[in-house]
Structure formats: C-alpha cells, structure tokens
Design a protein around this ligand. Structure first.
Ligand SMILES: *[C@@H]1O[C@H](CO)[C@@H](O)[C@H](O)[C@H]1NC(C)=O
Ligand SMILES: [Cu+2]
Ligand SMILES: [Zn+2]
Length: 206
C-alpha cells in the first residue's frame, strides 16, 4: 500500500465514524434532557354557549403529570356564581357541542362519586366554585386521572355543568350516575403539549 492509498483508506474510516460519534453524543444529550424534564402537560380550552345573561363561559384547564398524580389548574369566567360539576368526559368530540362528549370517563364501570371517594369514575373531579363575579381560579391534585396511562385523559373532554354535582350522595338514582349536575355550560378537548412554548403556539393559532 502506498502512503497515498493508506491515507485515503484512513480517511474513509475516520469521517463516517466521526459523524457516528457526534450523532451518538447528540442523541445522548436529547435523551438526558428528556429525563431531566419529564413533565407532561395538557390543556383544555373551554367554551360554552351564551347563558341567560348572554355571557359565554370561557376558560382553560391545565394538567401537569407529577409522578403518579396530576396537578389541575382551572381558570373559568362567565359562570353563574356557586358550585358547578366538573368532570372529564369520555370523548373529545365537539361535533354536537358539549352534548357529544359522552358520559363521565369511567373505564372501570363503577358508580359516580366525589374526587376523594375510593369508588368513583376516573373523570369525577367534583365541583369547581365560581365567585360572585362568575370566576373560577383554583388548583388541585388528583391521583386517579393520568396523562400517561393506557387510560389517559388526553383526547377526552372537560365538561363544566350548570349545577352542583351532588357527588353520588343524592337520593335519586341519577345521583350515582351523573351527580345530578344538570346541563353542560362549557367544555373543551384535552390536548397534550410538551412545553409551555407549544401551548403559546397553539393559543396563537386558535
Ligand atoms: C389560562 O387563563 C388564564 C387567565 O386568563 C391565563 O392567565 C393563562 O395564561 C391561561 N393559560 C393557558 C395555558 O392558556
Ligand atoms: Cu360531566
Ligand atoms: Zn361521574
């Protein structure tokens, strides 16, 4: 082998392997970043038809997976003052407004209950309380809903009801099914985001 031939062969070997090494370092960096920031977030933007005062409820609900529990942040305006049933419903289907979102998300086929009950629908998040100006601004943590499980709530619907959810403690049979929370005044589809930047992007586009 001449010196020139040797050099060519040497080059052919080193350049592709250099590229491979650089790629591997890159993949490693991306991987370790994903581990450092495992937060999975989702948002539902809520909207409803105008109420008797000609006000349309609007709002947003943010979900952040935190280990096995999910932090839920709720902002809503335009509600009537007082408590309103607040659930994850089975379908993220707005084709017929909030009516097409199906029933409470209930993969275990159990009875309706309160958020802190042992037996409840996965989607049973209790009530949110609007102040005298019709505003809800609240945060809570739930251990049953999830953004990662096979039973994830991503792609399903958030529904706010006209009336208070009796949490399954009422006397009518309907109590153990829906909590007698009445009509649906606002709803939205739960969408997954990797970062706050993605959420801002989505807001600008909608
Ligand atoms: C939700 O609404 C509140 C109040 O209008 C706002 O400050 C917040 O940025 C919104 N969050 C998202 C994720 O859109
Ligand atoms: Cu509901
Ligand atoms: Zn329920």
């Amino acid at each position: 082998m001449s010196e020139e031939e040797y050099f060519k062969e040497y080059q052919m070997f080193t350049i592709p392997s250099l590229i491979t090494i650089i790629l591997l370092i890159f993949i490693g960096l991306i991987g370790s970043n994903a581990k450092k920031n495992p937060q999975i977030q989702a948002v539902a933007y809520l909207k409803g038809p105008p109420n008797s005062n000609n006000i349309s409820p609007t709002g947003n609900v943010t979900f952040i997976q935190n280990g096995r529990s999910v932090k839920v942040r709720v902002f809503i305006t335009g509600l009537t003052p007082g408590k309103h049933g607040f659930h994850v419903h089975e379908k993220g289907d707005l084709s017929n407004g909030c009516a097409s979102m199906g029933g409470h998300y209930n993969p275990e086929k159990v009875t309706h209950g309160a958020r802190n009950d042992k037996i409840r629908h996965v989607g049973d998040l209790g009530n949110v309380k609007a102040n005298k100006d019709g505003i809800v601004d609240t945060t809570f943590t739930d251990r049953l809903i999830s953004l990662t499980d096979p039973r994830s709530i991503i792609g399903r619907g958030v529904v706010v009801h006209e009336k208070v959810d009796d949490l399954g403690k009422g006397t009518s049979p309907e109590s153990k099914k829906t909590g007698n929370a009445g009509g649906r005044v606002a709803c939205g589809v739960i969408q997954k985001f990797q970062s706050l930047k993605d959420i801002q992007q989505f807001r600008q586009e909608h």
